[in-house]
Design a protein around this ligand. Structure first.
Ligand code: MG
Length: 309
């Protein structure tokens, strides 16, 4: 549930409570002045014995018995109390002995105002629940109809290439592969990690890897490129972007990359704080063409998809 919907629900609920309170006060003012006194049963019996009770109306229903009426002393004093069902026969006899005017009313036969007052809290709660369900369903319908917008889903492309030289470690996707050549670079030269980083930063509109990790900064000399990805993830979190998918192609003539993909996906997913199912890797050769085909370079292309939270 988004924050604007929550605000609407809170405002509507406040309006309902306010309206309910006003209705309650109105009903109390117009016809329910009996709430001025709410004696206990023993206090009421003492009043009856003292001859202080002028008239009584007994409201009964399946679940409750209530007495309302007027005192002789204090003059114009109204009272209201609930009584146990079993005391009613004896109480009526006692009242008649004291010449108290007694009326008996069944709530079901009328007095809808009293029923509504007793049930008002339940009505408010049920009303709120129905309103909440309606708003959630309306929100879901809007979500189902609305197509992903440019603001909700974004994509970015990343590309990187490094020359390969003998005697250097070959690190791809955070994994060191057994090979006699490795990339020439300021950091560890992880071509896949660099392309992923650029794709993510591009999708979020946050520049590129050179903006955040310039190769002129000695701090990044020989750096593990997983650090770049972790930093990119932090920037995405700050901008409320979630990584939906990363799709990559790594192009190199040798070695074969496929057997190493499970470990690469794990390393990339760990650095990005996502599940491995969101990382998809593919390998290609360059069919012996150009520098990559001659085994002099390695390259990677990446497309990353983000969504707004
Ligand atoms: Mg690079």
């Amino acid at each position: 549930m988004n924050s604007s919907l929550l605000k609407k629900i809170i405002l509507i609920w406040i309006a309902i409570v306010f309206f309910g309170s006003m209705m309650w006060r109105l009903a109390s003012t117009n016809g329910n002045q009996t709430r001025e006194f709410e004696p206990s049963y023993s206090e009421f019996i003492a009043k009856v014995d003292a001859g202080d009770v002028k008239e009584v109306t007994l409201y009964f229903s399946t679940n409750s018995y209530e007495l309302q009426g007027e005192y002789a002393r204090p003059a114009n004093g109204k009272f209201h109390l609930a009584v146990p069902k079993e005391v009613v026969p004896g109480l009526l006899g006692q009242l008649r002995e004291k010449n108290v005017a007694v009326k008996v009313k069944e709530i079901r036969s009328g007095n809808w105002a009293l029923i509504l007052l007793n049930a008002s809290l339940l009505i408010l709660v049920v009303g709120f629940c129905l309103l909440l369900i309606w708003l959630i369903r309306a929100n879901r319908r809007r979500g189902a109809v609305a197509a992903p917008t440019a603001a909700a889903v974004r994509t970015g492309i990343g590309y990187d290439l490094h020359r390969l030289e003998e005697g250097r470690p070959l690190i791809v996707g955070g994994i060191e592969l057994p090979f006699d050549k490795g990339p020439v670079g300021h950091s560890d030269g992880d071509v896949l990690a660099h392309a992923v980083c650029d794709a993510l930063l591009g999708a979020a509109g946050l520049g590129d890897i050179g903006t955040h990790f310039p190769d002129t900064d000695p701090k990044w000399k020989g750096a593990n490129s997983m650090v770049f990805l972790e930093h990119a993830k932090k920037l995405l979190d700050e901008k409320q972007f979630a990584i939906e998918h990363v799709d990559a192609v790594v192009i190199t003539e040798k070695p074969k990359l496929g057997p190493h993909f499970p470990k690469m996906r794990e390393a990339l997913a760990k650095a990005l704080g996502v599940g491995v199912e969101k990382i998809h890797l593919k390998a290609k050769t360059n069919e012996g063409v150009d520098a990559i085909g001659r085994g002099e370079a390695i390259a990677a292309h990446v497309v990353a998809t983000l969504s707004s939270r």
